[in-house]
Design a protein around this ligand. Structure first.
Ligand code: ADP
Ligand code: MG
Length: 697
């Protein structure tokens, strides 16, 4: 779509003006281009004109007739005026009623031809019929030269906002489409349109809003009409072209060729109590090959919870350190970075390396040592990408539990280094279509094997009345010497909900299990306190750790074999899966108990069933994707990805891979799209506010 339509305020389109423009702005429609992309959320079939004698009740139908009478009727109820219209078509009479819209009387005079579209009903009191309440109407010839837009056609239904009626919005959209149709120019490469049989843009916008009579209503409503297809393809294409440009740009940059003989790794292997699985070894070999090659690595490491990603990351860090660089590991929460710090430090200090922790709430800020190069490995949260953090020689960046960081944060951390290698790790496996979108700029490695001797976690659902039995099970596990997590959705009681929460929860469990040692951990505690509690739990000094979801990711205590999730119905699937991943890390049989309260919604029921039924993270991610829809899955918004307005990652997966293929091909030949100025402009605009695709050199 052309530049000028992107900059053209809707306000200046005929029939809109400042007042209506304000209403449109509430729908995030500011320019003509925004309006064109506000596509109907569904379509109604009002094509057929029905004779009044043939009308069927409770069906949506359209009738053309002449006005017989048009009257305001006062009802016994105060403040209620009904405008009643009677039309006849020679086969019978139809009554139409509008409530509290007396001004409508002016529109209809006896003898005029009108079209009415609505659901055919009987009068609720007298049973007389047929009648329509608040039908849509059209008065042919009223708007000169305009086709009917509300009746006798496939009618678009738009998402609207308070103060803006469906009819008014439809009329505005018609004006806008009309305005744009003479100005729209094509900016997608012609050969691609031809290859995939995609319609020209003019036709697409005209018909996606006001479909021609022969259009397939089902296709329209499922969002798979030829018009939808073109727009979805285009969105994917712009998205993927952006990713391809980023990718290509990096490929052309000079990165680091790490040179190490593997001395540190050999020493690490001596102190490790286990051997890497085949999958871990294979993935590490892929990483090592990237690290040796001169271009900067950009790799996504996927592996289910507990598959052992950390140790692979550590090995990569050791390669960097041995080659004379610093390595940084960034995690999404303080607890997780503290945890990584504890683990990594204990291993690398034996190798004579220095490791520090940098998080937002810690007082010690080892900024000097980081800048001077006295420390080799730096672990932390978002704090690592703040401005005042300067590295001495950052060569390797690892980002754990990636789905909370986007392209942009990745770019920021990268800028801190000397074009460092980047390894992004995610524990929640991502359906392929989504990973192409979120991480389409990354190469991918997968650890598809769990460390040996792991038993599957047994998951069970409990209702409130079964609490007694549940406590019995917890008791017997702890008696065996195991430890338990008990997770609550909230830290403390809140007036807004009657959800159970962690602080009173801990007190309650102290009473239930007076002979066990109970601890509490949550996000509002001071880092030192938290670290102390975590250490104590790790060493076995606490039997039951009551917590919030702060322990969701990464926490690793192999002796903890039981997890109870209180109000499991309130958690999302990926969160439940992450939480469950905290147990089943040692050789003991582990349990995950889901305690649900109250009447369960359909969706909550489904989530809990999925958890009980499956342990495979890939499978769960897919179910989650289906249940929640792509938009909410991992919150693409936060991730720094442009929004998709038309395309749907599940429904349009095939279009996505076609678009990806084409965009990468074009960028391969023309890395900064200098031969495609229109496309370049579109891509830049599509990604605006998210990331600067084309760096000004
Ligand atoms: P995640 O992939 O979820 O981050 P971690 O890296 O935390 O998993 O590893 C989970 C647990 O498995 C840790 O206790 C780790 O020490 C252990 N582990 C990792 N690799 C192996 C292996 N090859 N054999 C046995 N245990 C392993
Ligand atoms: Mg981890």
């Amino acid at each position: 779509m052309n530049k000028d339509l992107h900059d053209y305020p809707v306000q200046f389109v005929k029939g809109i003006g400042p007042g209506k423009a304000k209403l449109l702005a509430r729908l995030e429609i500011k320019t003509v281009a925004d309006a064109l992309c506000h596509i109907p959320c569904r379509y109604e079939d009002r094509r057929l004109n029905c004779r009044i004698a043939d009308l069927g009740y409770e069906l949506l139908q359209s009738v053309t007739g002449k006005v017989i009478s048009a009257d305001i009727i006062n009802t016994p109820r105060k403040n209620m005026k009904i405008f009643e219209l009677v039309v006849g078509d020679g086969t019978g009479f139809l009554r139409a009623k509008w409530f509290n819209q007396p001004y409508m009387k002016k529109l209809f005079t006896a003898g005029k031809t009108v079209v009415l579209s609505g659901i055919v009903k009987r009068d609720p009191y007298s049973g007389a019929g047929p009648e329509m309440q608040n039908p849509d109407y059209e008065i042919p010839g009223n708007e000169q030269g305009r086709d009917n837009i509300h009746t006798l056609r496939i009618v678009p239904i738009y998402r609207t906002t308070a103060g803006l009626g469906a009819r008014a919005l439809r009329a505005m959209m018609h004006n806008i489409v009309d305005f744009a149709s003479s100005r729209l120019t094509e900016d997608m490469p012609e050969e691609i349109l031809r290859r995939y049989d995609l319609l020209p843009i003019k036709e697409v916008f005209k018909h996606i809003h006001f479909p021609p009579p022969e259009a397939d209503l089902n296709d329209l409503n499922r969002g798979v009409s030829a018009y939808h297809r073109r727009l979805a393809f285009e969105e994917f294409f712009l998205l993927q072209t952006g990713l391809a440009v980023i990718n290509k740009g990096r490929e052309r940059e000079k990165g680091i060729s790490f040179r190490s003989e593997g001395r540190l790794i050999k020493r690490l292997e001596k102190v490790l109590p286990f051997r890497l699985t085949n999958a871990q070894q294979r993935v590490f070999a892929e990483i090592q090959a990237d690290m040796r090659s001169p271009g900067p690595m950009n790799r996504l490491l996927q592996g289910d919870v507990g598959s052992g990603k950390t140790i692979v990351a550590l090995k990569a860090m050791l390669v960097a350190v041995e080659s004379g660089y610093q390595a940084a590991l960034m995690a999404p929460t303080e607890i997780l970075s503290e945890q990584h710090y504890m683990n990594v430090r204990s291993l690398v200090e034996e190798l004579g390396l220095r490791c520090v922790l940098l998080t937002g709430s810690r007082k010690e800020r080892p900024l000097k040592e980081i800048e001077s190069g006295d420390v080799h490995i730096i672990i932390g949260t978002h704090a690592l990408i703040q401005e005042n953090v300067r590295f001495h020689k950052l060569g390797m960046v690892i980002i754990d539990e990636q789905h909370r960081f986007g392209v942009m944060q990745r770019a920021m951390l990268r800028k801190k280094g000397l074009n460092p290698d980047v390894l992004v790790m995610t524990a929640t496996p991502i359906p392929r279509t989504l990973s192409l979108t979120l991480y389409g700029d990354l190469d991918c490695s997968v650890i598809d094997e769990l460390p040996p001797r792991r038993k599957q976690v047994i998951t069970r659902l409990f209702r409130e009345r079964e609490k007694g039995m549940l406590y019995g099970l917890i008791r017997s596990e702890i008696k065996k010497g195991r430890q338990a997590y008990i997770v609550y959705p909230l830290i403390e009681e809140s007036e807004k909900t009657d959800l159970k929460s962690a602080i009173p929860g801990k007190e309650a469990f102290e009473k239930i299990f007076p002979d066990f040692r109970t601890g509490l951990i949550h996000g509002r505690m001071k880092p030192d306190e938290r670290e102390e509690i975590m250490q104590s739990f790790k060493k076995g000094g606490i039997d039951i750790l009551v917590s919030t979801t702060v322990i969701e990711v990464g926490v690793d205590v192999p002796n903890a074999s039981l997890m109870l999730i209180v109000h499991a119905e309130r958690f999302g699937l990926s969160q439940l899966h992450q939480l469950r991943g905290r147990v089943g890390r040692g050789t003991h049989q582990s349990y995950c108990f889901l305690l649900a309260y109250g009447k369960l919604s359909e969706e909550a029921r489904r989530r809990l069933d999925v958890m009980v039924g499956y342990t495979d993270g890939f499978r769960i991610a897919e179910e989650d994707f289906i249940l929640r829809g792509p938009g909410e899955f991992f919150g693409t918004r936060q991730s720094g990805m442009p929004d998709l307005k038309v395309a749907n990652l599940v429904r349009d997966a095939r279009l996505l891979s076609m678009a990806r293929k084409e965009s990468f091909k074009i960028v391969e030949q023309d890395p900064d799209l200098s031969g495609y100025p229109l496309l370049r402009d579109r891509v830049e605009r599509f990604w605006r506010g998210k990331i600067e695709i084309f760096r000004t050199s």
